[in-house]
Design a protein around this ligand. Structure first.
Ligand SMILES: O=C(O)c1cccc(C(=O)CC[C@H]2O[C@@H](n3cnc4c(=O)[nH]cnc43)[C@H](O)[C@@H]2O)c1
Length: 230
């Protein structure tokens, strides 16, 4: 297995097994030995679970274990399927995050929503590593770049979508893990962070039957095949 984009060692964090297996297929790996982390495999792909908390916990565990083993990760990617904002990225399309934003991290009150930034409690926005972002956009020119939102609850009504779009007019997609992975990556400043998503559905009124998961997974597989130079 070759390095990804010239980075020495890479951790790819997905939410569910289907996404992990798709990334592995794109990399030309049918499966991964259970000791891939400890054995120092150049690319490790893990399904951490759905949501920012699981993503942060598992990413921190893997990054820390690798440092203690003397084989730290140089790159960590949050990857998987996502909802796309209509008109910005199409179903089956590819999105790359310029930043990952915890869109529902804050306080709701009579005057509306305030992010943790506005409340003075830190930040809900974490940038992708600039050099990594350049490399991703060069390797995947078809990818739409912009902020990707992380939510703990999928946006599932027209009213909620309108609210989110007003708050984040330039967001291209919404998923549930990127900000969690980025938060863990910040613990290890030498590890570059990025988020890559393929679009299974449009953000808006929830209609699970309309999700085009196979199409999104195909794009995810192709993106990782490209990144691995296959
Ligand atoms: O049922 C399947 O075969 C299957 C295969 C791959 C992935 C799934 C998921 O349900 C993944 C959940 C994952 O998807 C992200 N996601 C997708 N669309 C949205 C959205 O509109 N808003 C927020 N998140 C979305 C999210 O990151 C979840 O973790 C099923």
């Amino acid at each position: 297995m070759r390095e990804l984009l010239g980075y020495g060692r890479t951790l790819v964090v997905t939410a569910v097994d289907a996404e992990r297996d798709t990334v592995l297929a794109g990399l030309g790996l049918g499966s991964q030995p259970p000791d891939a982390l400890e054995a120092g495999a150049p690319v490790v792909v893990v399904a951490a679970g759905v949501g920012p908390a699981a993503a942060a916990a598992v990413t921190a565990q893997f990054l820390t274990a690798a440092v203690h083993d003397g084989t730290p990760f140089d790159l960590v990617l949050s990857a998987g399927i996502a909802g796309g904002f209509a008109g910005r990225v199409e179903i089956g399309g590819l999105a790359v995050a310029t930043e990952s934003i915890a869109a529902d991290l804050g306080a709701a009150g009579p005057d509306g929503f305030q992010s943790v930034d506005e409340l003075g409690f830190g930040t809900a926005r974490l940038d992708a590593d600039p050099a990594l972002l350049r490399a991703l956009r060069l390797a995947l020119p078809e990818a739409v770049g912009g902020p990707i939102l992380t939510v703990a609850t999928v946006t599932g009504t027209a009213a909620a979508k309108e609210t989110v779009e007003k708050r984040h007019p330039d967001a291209v997609a919404e998923a549930m893990e990127g900000f969690g992975v980025a938060t863990a990556a910040r613990l290890w400043p030498a590890t570059a962070f990025g988020e890559l998503r393929t679009i299974s559905n449009a953000v808006g009124p929830r209609d699970r039957a309309a999700w085009r998961i196979p199409q999104a997974l195909e794009t995810l597989r192709d993106a990782f095949a490209t990144l691995s130079g296959r």
